[in-house]
Design a protein around this ligand. Structure first.
Ligand code: SF4
Length: 482
């Protein structure tokens, strides 16, 4: 399993109903959502009579070739990108999952983690279900098949009512597309429109790429059915306090997206402004620089809030792909150098504020600070645009175990010493809430609507034996663990 250097989003979903080029538009949609998962991709399309799919391991551009779309005909499609977790880097877990069952054909793809997945799986296995993957989506399919209800529109709320945890989920059958968001609304899901076709996507950047108009967010607890009869909305679940993922604003979502009613760029820039406002150290820096690209917006905000000039002290390569050529002589920062290169002329003898969005294990930060110091920086002041990440996420984000999170084992000064910076400061949770709320919500309202369990350890659901001991310490799980 690859080392986790940043928290990793687990999935992105896209669906469209009522367009003659549904599969090709879905390809573009999941291409725009590639940041939400890079290990597998898939599309299932419907021509009104049957479903056909194609999925594979790798980036969207690696998985699909022009001839694949000859098979993916029809006016409706769903697509998915996935970041594979728990060591299960295999095609069987790629989505959408497509099945033929008693009532027809069905494709499912979803974003989030179902925290009671293992008890449900055990119950379903005891009742005769046979699983072919470790994916949560397959659990949903079995719940639908065993619901005893013929109509998918009735089976979906019955099946989803059994789930605890995060799910923004799409279903496609021959003549209907159904979208649902769990009652706490952890993961984003929005609805758009393109020439009469209905579009559903994890983020609005996927609407933009195909020229679709944003209509609205799918609300927490809402199910939307789309067919030739039109769009039908329902809210069949008992209401819960929403718990939208605050970290989507800090790191996961694209800055050109609008999620949870707020544009990400502005929220992320506001995180930097708050960081500058909270600045506790009396530092004299020459400029502020981001760890590109995910921290660009927060660093811009810090620049605006502090009055320090903004510049790019390190440049990120966007073309690294996979490499098999490594120098035989040990170079401490080799892996990091593939991705980042310092601008020596800019850094020489300068005091810099470096803004980053998060520190997971600390290994990448050590290497980046090394690069900056070796390029001649005199002083390095690290600023993080959220509080220390102390607790694992069980709601759709892949994080290491608690012991591996540097924020849980070291205090902030120790982290600074470990990373090798002159000063370090993390934005307070109050500051994050102020930035995310903007002019629309007070920090108290944000606290009441957003999840921040990775900072506080206050999980809004039972954890079902810590998500079954973190899916057996990140290996393939066994349902015999209870
Ligand atoms: S624990 Fe953190 S990353 Fe996970 S859903 Fe909550 S805020 Fe988001």
């Amino acid at each position: 399993m690859k080392p986790l250097l940043k928290p990793a989003e687990e999935c992105g979903v896209f669906g469209i109903f009522g367009h003659p080029e549904a599969a090709k538009l879905t390809y573009l949609g999941i291409y725009a959502l590639q940041h939400r998962g890079q290990e597998s991709a898939g599309i299932v399309a419907s021509d009104g009579k049957s479903l056909r799919g194609h999925r594979g391991m790798g980036l969207v551009t690696d998985v699909f070739a022009e001839p694949d779309f000859d098979r993916l005909q029809g006016r409706a499609a769903v697509g998915h990108v996935r970041y594979s977790t728990m060591g299960d880097t295999s095609l069987t877990n790629a989505q959408p999952i497509k099945v033929d069952y008693l009532h027809g054909s069905l494709a499912v793809c979803h974003n989030g983690n179902i925290v009671n997945a293992l008890p449900l799986r055990e119950e379903l296995e005891a009742a005769g279900s046979i699983f072919t993957s470790t994916s949560d989506s397959e659990i949903v399919i079995h719940l639908i098949a065993q619901s005893g209800v013929r109509d998918l529109g009735e089976a979906v709320p019955k099946a989803l009512g059994r789930l605890e945890g995060a799910s923004s989920i799409l279903f496609l059958e021959e003549n209907r597309l159904i979208a649902a968001r769990d009652p706490r609304g952890w993961r984003p899901l929005c609805m758009g429109e393109l020439g009469g076709a209905v579009v559903l996507a994890s983020e609005t950047c996927a609407l933009d790429i195909i020229g679709a108009k944003f209509v609205r967010d799918v609300e927490p607890g809402e199910i939307i059915e789309v067919s030739v009869k039109g769009v039908k909305s329902s809210k069949p679940f008992p209401p819960e306090d929403p718990r939208m993922c605050i970290f989507e604003f800090v790191y996961f979502s694209r800055p050109d997206s609008r999620i949870f009613g707020r544009d990400v760029h502005r929220a992320r820039k506001a995180l930097g402004i708050e960081l500058a406002r909270e600045e506790p150290h009396d530092i004299e820096a020459d400029f502020v620089m981001p760890v590109p690209d995910s921290s660009n917006n927060a660093a811009l905000g810090y620049s605006e809030g502090s009055g320090l000039p903004f510049d790019f002290g390190i440049i990120r390569s966007h073309y690294i792909g996979r490499t098999f050529i490594e120098p035989t002589q040990h170079i401490r920062t080799f892996g990091t150098r593939l991705k980042y290169n310092p601008v020596k002329e800019l850094l020489a003898d300068k005091s810099v504020v470096v803004v980053d969005d998060s520190i997971v294990r600390g290994t990448t930060s050590v290497k980046i600070i090394d690069l900056i110091r070796n390029a001649g920086a005199r002083e390095v002041h690290l600023r993080i645009s959220c509080p220390p990440w102390k607790y694992p996420c069980y709601y759709g984000i892949d994080t290491p175990t608690r012991e591996e999170l540097i924020g849980s084992s070291l205090d902030i000064d120790e982290i600074g010493r470990h990373i090798g910076v002159d000063t370090i400061y993390y934005l307070s949770l109050e500051g994050v809430r102020r930035a995310v709320g903007g002019r629309q919500m007070t920090p108290e309202e944000v606290a009441g609507r957003f999840c921040s369990a990775c900072f506080t350890g206050e999980y809004p659901t039972p954890l079902y034996k810590e998500y079954a001991k973190d899916m057996l310490e990140k290996g393939l799980f066994s349902s015999k663990m209870f």
